[in-house]
Design a protein around this ligand. Structure first.
Ligand SMILES: [Zn+2]
Length: 455
């Protein structure tokens, strides 16, 4: 595999055609009342039992003991024995062509991913963002980057021009891929600050982590550039090519360098989106067959899963693949980074890179949460990465990622307490997406309609 190459699926997604007429998903007009539910508001570590949550016009209207008067026309939902958490936001996600989106968008929503930051934008995604915001299409609220800044041929002049153009077109951020030269990157960063648009994504080799932090990345995704930064300057025998996000560098990594990086990140206010599930699925000892046996692949095109399965098996058999101990240490170092960044006050933001390799939209976000717990976060801390931390990053503190009056009505109703086990985030009894209630029954029916295989 070419170092840091944008992956083949994403190349296909980038060819997104303009949005076709979306199927109408009439937005719910009636208010919702979720009764007698245990609320995990996420702005404090607490479970509030016996709450009644009233939702109207896409917002949470009230949260508390049952009010004396409930809206007469409300849809009543029995929350007894259940737990309510805010919907999840995912900061490294992808949407694609209208055809691909017919599967991608509902999979996010039905799994409680109610905000997604699309990290490979195309002009059609601006109209899609609008359709989603208006509730015309079932799916998460979309934030979208512009088409990526990729490859070594981009000149500083071109970078400046494209930054202005993407800002004018209304994209939410700029996406950086590997490749741009230091000069092109510097021009991009300077112009982005000038016109006021954030930039995020990979850290080009010619830029490096130190410069990326100094330049004011909004988020560094995949922990790109971190392995390189953990190799002490002057180390000998370091391979010229870092391999898959620094996998080849692992024998040269000095974990003692982590605290300094954490301090710099915190002081500069740069966030990370780990996409740890992408990395672990790539580097782990799990065979393609073991991965492919997971239940979520019944909702993903079988030919693609087969391709992933065959390529993972081939990689494990390839004598050029780093040995198991090196791959295990790679996972260990990345987990240690996630924990150190979180504990050090660096915003760690949920993101799995769905639907990139092995990551089925929605399901992958829950796997990502699980890996943050494996990295040493508590379930509460892991949930923060997909809720209040992202709200703060987006400048929406108190208005999203939280259960309180006035906040967006994006919610997940769970059959069990996710603070006791993070696996309980997948025990979904229903979701509220942009104020619209999808019961467990409707969710099952819609998922069944998306099934591709008989596993
Ligand atoms: Zn991606």
């Amino acid at each position: 595999m070419r170092e840091h190459s944008p992956l083949p699926l994403i190349a296909a997604l980038a060819l997104a055609a303009p949005l076709a007429a979306p199927p109408a998903e009439a937005q719910q007009a009636a208010p919702l009342v979720i009764r007698d539910v245990s609320v995990i508001p996420m702005d404090r570590e607490e479970v509030l039992p016996g709450q009644t949550v009233v939702i109207r016009d896409g917002r949470i209207e009230s949260v508390g003991p049952a009010p004396a008067r409930l809206p007469a026309d409300a849809i009543a939902i029995d929350g007894s024995g259940k737990f309510l958490i805010p919907g999840l936001a995912e900061m490294h996600a992808h949407v694609g062509s209208p055809e691909a989106n017919a599967r991608i968008l509902p999979l996010y929503a039905l799994n409680g991913v109610t905000t997604a930051r699309g990290m490979l934008g195309a002009p059609g995604h601006l109209a899609l963002r609008d359709s989603l915001a208006r509730g015309l299409v079932l799916g998460p609220r979309l934030l979208t980057s512009g088409p990526s800044f990729s490859g070594g041929s981009i000149t500083p002049e071109e970078a400046r021009r494209r930054v202005r153009e993407q800002k004018e077109m209304g994209y939410d951020l700029l996406k950086i891929h590997p490749g741009p030269s230091r000069a092109a990157f510097d021009a991009l960063a300077e112009t982005a600050h000038e016109v006021g648009i954030p930039f995020a994504g990979h850290v080009p080799a010619d830029v490096g982590l130190d410069r990326a932090i100094e330049a004011g990345y909004s988020t560094i995704d995949h922990l790109d550039g971190f392995m390189e930064a953990l190799v002490p300057p002057g180390a000998t025998g370091v391979p010229a090519r870092g391999g898959w996000f620094g996998l080849n560098l692992v024998p040269h990594v000095d974990e003692g360098r982590i605290p300094r990086i954490v301090t710099r990140m915190r002081e500069a206010g740069v966030a990370v989106v780990p996409t740890q599930t992408l990395m672990e699925n790539y580097a782990s000892d799990l065979t393609g067959d073991e991965l492919a046996a997971r239940l979520e692949y019944r909702y993903w095109p079988a030919d693609q899963v087969e391709q992933w399965r065959a390529s993972k098996n081939a990689r494990l058999e390839d004598p050029d693949t780093p040995p198991a101990a090196q791959r295990a240490r790679y996972i260990h170092v990345r987990r240690r980074l996630i924990r150190a960044l979180y504990d050090g006050g660096v915003p760690v933001l949920l993101g799995s890179d769905a639907p990139q390799v092995w990551n089925v939209p929605g399901f992958a976000a829950h796997r990502e949460l699980h890996l943050y717990v494996d990295a040493g976060l508590t379930p509460w801390q892991a949930l923060r990465t997909g809720t209040v931390e992202i709200a703060r990053h987006l400048g929406e503190e108190g208005r999203s990622g939280v259960i309180r009056p006035g906040a967006r009505a994006d919610l997940i109703l769970l059959d069990a307490n996710p603070l006791e086990s993070i696996e309980n985030t997948m025990r979904i009894a229903g979701v509220v997406v942009n104020g619209r209630w999808i019961s467990g029954e409707e969710r099952e029916r819609r998922l069944a309609g998306l099934r591709t295989g008989g596993r």
